[in-house]
Design a protein around this ligand. Sequence first.
Ligand code: ATR
Length: 278
Amino acid sequence: MMIKQEKAAVIGHPISQSLSPLIHNHWMEQKGIDGCYEAHDVPVGGLEAFIEKAKAAGLSGFNVTVPHKTDILPFMDKVAPLARQMGAVNTVRIEADGTLTGFNTDGIGLITHLRNTVPGWPRDLPALILGAGGAARAAVLGLLNESLPVLMITNRTREKAEIIAKEVGRGRLTVVDWEDRHGAVAASGLVINTTTLGMVGQPELELDLALATRDTVIYDIVYKPLETGLLKAARQRSLRTVDGLGMLVHQGAAAFKVWFGHDVGFDEALRKKLETMI
Ligand code: ATR
């Protein structure tokens, strides 16, 4: 009897820096799965060719990253509700008959990491989301599904935050002016940076934490570097912090479950391996 080798991949452009192969191959090894997960550089316009190749090679599915998360939508036969609301797909499952289903596991990744790291975060206070890109949308949807009473969103370009509030805010998302973000921290139980500020090569996010309550949790989804200026400032004030690596790992874990049915997590060995790569 032939034993099927399990295969999956991540596609993007550029893709060489992706940590996903390390993460998924760690889980395959851990679960004793005979398989491999590879990164493929797929340029704009290359999706159709890649999908044909993936089907022919018997992949169980693949992850999708920049710049394809939205462009992949028309190729899907089915789209899960969260991915539909996100307007973006980060995980594709290929059925045996070639049918493609699109999922988005970014919001689940963000929330799972938050729950695991700070189980008692103050849920009765609003959460403040900084930024209005795809990651902000994932944070909003993830938090609304957690039944948080109110959320606030602030973005340099206010109109983009207003679009998120209108499209997925369910009347529970208030837009705050970017200039007023410091004051909004005072009212928040959770502050999430989803902007690119603080990333290697980018300016630091300027956010005054002086008014934060003692219980406020500061979450930065940036993971390059692991300790951003924002997290450093929060730690200096003895606030609880959450770094971005866990979101990456847990969105991957949700994808792994979609393809292979196994529950996997963020163990110490995986964190150590990843930290050496950052
Ligand atoms: P993703 O989809 O990965 O979340 P993105 O769509 O590139 O990322 O969004 C980047 C976010 O960082 C945006 O909210 C952007 O603000 P604008 O919408 O005003 O562009 C924010 N951002 C990037 N550079 C910034 C800067 N110098 N000051 C303030 N916000 C910035």
